[in-house]
Structures are given as C-alpha cells and as structure tokens.
Design a protein around this ligand. Structure first.
Ligand SMILES: C[S@@+](CC[C@H](N)C(=O)[O-])C[C@H]1O[C@@H](n2cnc3c(N)ncnc32)[C@H](O)[C@@H]1O
Length: 337
C-alpha cells in the first residue's frame, strides 16, 4: 500500500498516552493485517478487469489507530488506520466501520478523538472519512450495529483484535460468520455459494494456555462450548500431538479446537500466524478465515513473505532476549524495524 500517513504524529496528537502501548513485536500482528488488506487493494481492487465488488471493512476493536512502543519510542499504524488506508486505495469501498471503545470514559473519548482526526487527515483520501461510521460501543452492541449495516451480498472483512479472550466470545464470532448473503451459483465450480464475512481474529493463546486448567470457563467462552463438551475434543487433539512427539502442546491443542470450530462455518481452514514476544514465547495467534478461494490462496502465498518477515525481523529479535538482559530498555530493537 502507498503511504497515506497523516503529516506527522505531533500534528495529530503529541500525547502518545492514548495509543495502544504495546511491545514492538506487535508489529508482526499489524504486518499480518496489512498483508491481507494489501491483497484486497492490489489483487481485487486494482487488477480487476471490470468494476471490482464493493467492500465493507469493520474494525470492532479500533482503539486510537496507533500503536506505540515505549522503550523504543516507536509509533506505527494500528489496525484501524491500516484498514482506513486500504479502504482509501480500494476503488470501490462502500463502508468503513470503526468501533473504538473502552470502559474508562476518558480513555474512550481520547482514543476516539485521535482516531477520527487521523482518518480525517489521511492524505489524498478525503472520501474515507465521509464513508466511515465511527462507533463507540461495547463489543456486543458494536457487533449488532455493524451487522445491521453490513452489505451481506458483497464481501466484507472484519478485524477482531481484543485485549483478552473474554472480549471475543464464540457467540460473537459465530454471529458474524453466520451472517451470509443470498445464495448464487459460482461460475467456476457450478456450486451454490453465498458471501460470508472474512475474519481476521487475534486469539490470545497465551492467556488461554495459562488458564486451561485453572479457569477452563475462559476457553469455554472462546469456543462456545461447556467444559464437558470441549474436553473430549481437546483430549483427542492432545493425543495427536503426543503421538507426534510434542508433549508441550497446550497452544497447539487450543488452536486445533478453535480451528475445528471455525471450520464448521468456513470451508477453508484458518490461516494461522503465531506472534512471539521478545522473550521468545508465543503471545497470541492471528487467524484469517475466508470462504474466498482467491483470497485464501493469495494469503497462503503471502504467508511466505510473512514467514520471511518473521525470520528476517524476528530472528534477531529472538536473540534480543539475551541482549535484553543487559539492556532492559530494549532501545536497540528499533534498528530491526
Ligand atoms: C488490542 S486493543 C486493539 C488494538 C487495535 N486493534 C490496533 O491494532 O491498534 C483492544 C481494544 O479493545 C478495547 N476494548 C476493551 N474492552 C472492550 C469491549 N468490551 N468492547 C469493545 N472494545 C473493548 C480496548 O480499549 C482497546 O482499545
């Protein structure tokens, strides 16, 4: 995507207090989101022979639109601004829906102000602000509002990036993923199909892992099943990993169960990218689910790029765990991004 960054951050708001304060490794999360948005812009939008389909983008955890890493004093665009930029470049964007909410009313207000100003000031994209619906509502209400505005017979992409698994219960994922358009005959396969929202989900696997025995109801909420319902499925996958020689398998098993749930709605399995903290452990996992054959295969190809990115950018960072012991402020991380 080309650069439509607002002139400078201090023009928007010099105070980074309300940006998402995250570890620098979270750039990988934003890279994953950007890769899929780029497919929309480049492959669907610009290479279509005829007029490309309209698209709706939804970011239900939009925050301020900016991410900030305090130790390195580095600032970059979060999911909402990445979505706004892609929407601006896509030739036929219909609606951008950004929900920015926080229980803390002061934080909520400030995040929204920064977000609105940042979208308004996107270079060369005045139409984005006009086509954006800004909402500030708890995720349950926001989901209902978003679904009410969805053009269900056309493609849509939903970014679901909560802080905690509690904020993304399965019933919301299922509600969005089950909202389909009218069926039609696909001209390539001859099969009856319908448009289904495409989802990018941030699954907070490390929190789920830590709580799988202590607070199993967290996972129940995330997969929409009682402990008695998911435990046998969980044990089935656990055995699979043990048979494969992997005893440290809680994250893998969680992902298997979650992927199985998603595959009850979507025909393709989710594309998964794990994001490590500087210390090396996987913090969360990004998942993309789509019924679009082209989108799925293009993202699979792009994942090679992501892997390169991960290896190229991440490997040195993995080495930082040693480095960090001597340099707790991690100031040298900056050079890798
Ligand atoms: C991980 S952050 C989102 C970061 C953002 N997607 C980005 O890439 O910059 C999660 C956001 O969800 C918001 N949030 C917390 N509880 C929420 C709730 N119940 N409903 C909706 N949003 C909530 C938080 O204020 C925070 O802005």
């Amino acid at each position: 995507m080309t650069n439509h960054t607002p002139n400078s951050l201090t023009d928007i708001n010099g105070d980074a207090e309300y940006y998402e304060t995250v570890g620098i490794h979270q750039k990988l999360k934003h890279k994953f989101i950007e890769l899929y948005l780029t497919i929309w812009v480049e492959n669907v939008g610009k290479r279509s022979k005829k007029s490309p389909p309209t698209v709706d983008f939804f970011d239900l955890f939009a925050a301020s639109g900016w991410a900030y890493d305090k130790p390195t004093d580095d600032t970059w665009e979060g999911s909402a601004l990445l979505a706004a930029k892609a929407f601006g470049e896509y030739p036929n964007g219909r609606r951008l829906f950004l929900n920015s909410y926080d229980d803390n009313s002061e934080k909520c207000k400030s995040q929204m102000e920064i977000l609105q100003k940042s979208v308004k000031e996107l270079d060369d994209c005045p139409h984005v602000f006009e086509k954006t619906r800004f909402v500030s509502a708890d995720i349950f209400e926001a989901t209902d509002l978003a679904l009410r505005g969805l053009n269900r017979n056309f493609p849509s992409l939903w970014i679901l990036d909560p802080y905690h698994p509690d904020q993304l219960p399965w019933k919301l994922v299922e509600k969005i993923g089950s909202t389909v358009g009218q069926s039609y005959t696909d001209k390539n396969s001859g099969k009856s199909v319908c448009k289904r929202p495409e989802l990018i989900i941030n699954l907070m696997t490390s929190i789920l892992q830590r709580n799988i025995d202590r607070k199993p109801e967290l996972f129940s909420n995330a997969v929409g099943m009682s402990v008695d319902q998911w435990r046998p499925i969980y044990n089935k996958y656990k055995q699979k990993w043990i048979d494969l020689g992997n005893d440290q398998n809680t994250r893998h098993v969680i992902l298997d169960v979650y992927a199985e749930r998603l595959s009850q709605l979507y025909k393709h399995p989710p594309i998964i990218a794990e994001v490590n903290a500087a210390e090396g452990g996987v913090v969360y996992t990004m998942l993309l689910v789509t019924d679009s054959d082209a989108g799925y295969h293009m993202m699979m190809k792009k994942m090679a790029e992501w892997r390169d990115y991960k290896i190229y950018k991440w490997k040195p960072e993995a080495e930082v765990s040693t480095f960090k012991k001597r340099n707790p402020d991690q100031s040298d991380l900056k050079k890798w991004f």
